[in-house]
Ligand binder design. Structure first.
Ligand SMILES: [Mn+2]
Length: 352
């Protein structure tokens, strides 16, 4: 601890500093993380990158805080929750989830159809530092409802959020979440990607759509998303090219399942791949421009179910339809699953 002591002395010698003493506190916070990381390293032989204090204009920058330690943390990718919060909670207990140690990647469709969308969003917001989410079609439907640009559907279970005192805050939080999350060698989206997209193209298209969604034209975009896609994607709408491009991007990222012989997405078919219309194939079974080393993590396709192979991890195992909620630990690809159980029921009120 000799170095630490001298570093503290040097910090004090610079004069008044509100952060004096912060180093020892952050070291205390860091200790359990480091212990965990060492165990992690032994098991996974992952690289460890800890930012070191560096000089900037001759002044020593603030010591790295716990949050800025880039260490390999157990990461669980989890399928479509759709408001099945009790099931989600039990899945988290099963994996012994600890927000200061683990990370959760959620493939979207966080809300709707299930009974506890409000509790789900509150939990995600409370633990946002440990969680990465991407938006799904049901999440966008909630945004559209909250913006007043779409009518409610019979199967919606979103009144709890819309009527809650913190509902507007939760909706705003949701509106700022991404459509695509990329952390090599993974890319996470709700539904899928167009085969013609490179990863960089997919990411920049997603960033552009996210900028519109979190900006002042969000309501206009959400309303335009309701319109049925035209057969010819090049058909111009009155919304203008920027909004049209974002609409196409969002439809693909949040709704795609199959593509036709000309690689155009089919947004209607939701059945299992073997029942797809003639000439239609899953979007991920077509030669694509993606890096072969990349694994796309996604949900949305309950009829496909869980599919784990090198290039794709499909995680919608139909929880809200009475099946199971899946968590996949990315480091060792171990699968954890929790049977649907809400309100004491083992089956939901209605089928798909
Ligand atoms: Mn979906």
């Amino acid at each position: 601890m000799g170095n630490t002591g001298s570093l503290l002395k040097r910090r004090r010698s610079w004069g008044p500093n509100r952060r004096t003493g912060g180093l020892s506190k952050s070291l205390r916070n860091v200790q359990p993380v480091l212990l965990h990381t060492l165990r992690d390293l032994v098991h996974r032989q992952r690289s460890l990158r800890i930012p070191t204090a560096s000089r900037d204009d001759g002044r020593l920058m603030a010591p790295p805080s716990c949050a800025r330690l880039r260490v390999s943390m157990p990461t669980y990718a989890i399928g479509d929750i759709q408001g099945c919060f009790r099931t989600f909670e039990r899945l988290l207990a099963r994996i012994d989830f600890r927000p200061q140690r683990d990370r959760l990647w959620l493939v979207g469709d966080l809300v709707n159809r299930g009974p506890r969308s409000l509790e789900t969003l509150r939990f995600l917001r409370q633990h946002e530092g440990a969680i990465r989410v991407v938006l799904g079609n049901h999440d966008l439907h909630l945004l559209a409802l909250a913006a007043g640009v779409t009518p409610a559907r019979k199967s919606d279970t979103l009144d709890g959020i819309l009527g809650a005192t913190d509902g507007a805050d939760l909706v705003e939080w949701l509106r700022r979440q991404p459509l695509l999350f990329r952390e090599a060698p993974y890319m996470m989206v709700h539904a899928g990607l167009l085969p013609k997209w490179t990863e960089d193209e997919a990411e920049s298209l997603a960033r552009e759509a996210e900028a519109l969604l979190s900006g002042t034209r969000a309501a206009e975009l959400l309303e335009a998303l309701r319109n049925k896609p035209t057969a010819d994607a090049r058909t111009k709408s009155r919304a203008g090219p920027r909004l049209d491009a974002a609409i196409e991007t969002i439809r693909v990222l949040t709704r795609i399942r199959t593509v036709d012989a000309k690689l155009r997405p089919n947004f209607e078919f939701a059945g299992p791949p073997e029942k797809a219309p003639p000439q239609h194939r899953p979007w991920f079974d077509v030669t694509s421009r993606r890096d072969p080393g990349t694994t796309v993590v996604f949900g949305h396709w309950a009829a496909l179910g869980r599919l784990l192979r090198g290039d794709v991890f499909a995680l919608d195992s139909g929880c809200v339809w009475g099946n199971v909620l899946t968590a996949l630990r990315l480091e060792d690809r171990r699968v954890f699953e929790e049977p649907f159980r809400e309100n004491g029921d083992v089956r939901p009120a209605s089928g798909p």
